[in-house]
Design a protein around this ligand. Structure first.
Ligand code: FES
Ligand code: FES
Length: 183
């Protein structure tokens, strides 16, 4: 054992709900959530960009809220729920936002896309909880303001999120109307 091994801080155990699954991983106490995901668990869908809070590509949802994994200490997600791109959809069954991003050309190199999608899902989920939800382009842009994209010029990303937000709200209204008719 080298002297640097002897000086290394003891790992700490982090228990969390990751994409709905109880997960335990031992990590160095100074690791960020981004390091826990990518190097502790090998989940590389969450991207490592600037590593200092500027680009948004590491965005995940912690207890539903979009947060930057590169600025979150791993120990701070103990006993909390973390959602990442790996939990959003699969190639065979993509999330509607993933399908719309692909169809409308909202993902080009794709480096920003996981973080962008996590912010977008939070925006759409939040809309469904509002009393009188309105889809507004400015609100979508504000929700995605922390996610930088060097390829798309943003228009197609906004188009995709706007389309999905309308479709989710329309389905929610139809469901409410059919439930009211049944009563
Ligand atoms: S990698 Fe976290 S904000 Fe850029
Ligand atoms: S698609 Fe390349 S950075 Fe956004």
């Amino acid at each position: 054992m080298s002297s640097s091994d002897l000086n290394a801080p003891a790992p700490v155990l982090v228990n969390l709900q990751l994409n709905g699954e109880a997960t335990s991983v031992a990590v160095p106490p100074h690791w960020t959530l981004l390091e826990l995901l990518r190097y502790g668990l090998g989940q590389t869908g969450t991207k490592q960009g600037c590593d200092k809070g500027d680009c948004g590509t590491c965005t995940v949802r912690i207890d539903g809220e979009p947060q930057l994994a590169c600025l979150t200490l791993a120990v701070d997600v103990r006993d909390r729920s973390v959602e990442t791109i790996e939990g959003l959809g699969t190639g065979g069954e993509p999330h509607p936002l993933q399908e719309a991003f692909a169809r409308l050309g909202a993902a080009q190199c794709g480096f920003c896309t996981p973080g962008m999608l996590m912010s977008a899902t939070a925006y759409v989920d939040d809309l469904t909880l509002q009393d009188n939800p309105q889809v507004k382009r400015d609100d979508i842009a504000a929700a995605l303001a922390g996610n930088l994209c060097r390829c798309t010029g943003y228009t197609k990303i906004l188009d995709a999120v706007e389309e999905v937000a309308h479709s989710v709200l329309n389905r929610q209204r139809e469901l409410a109307e059919s439930t009211a008719e049944d009563e």
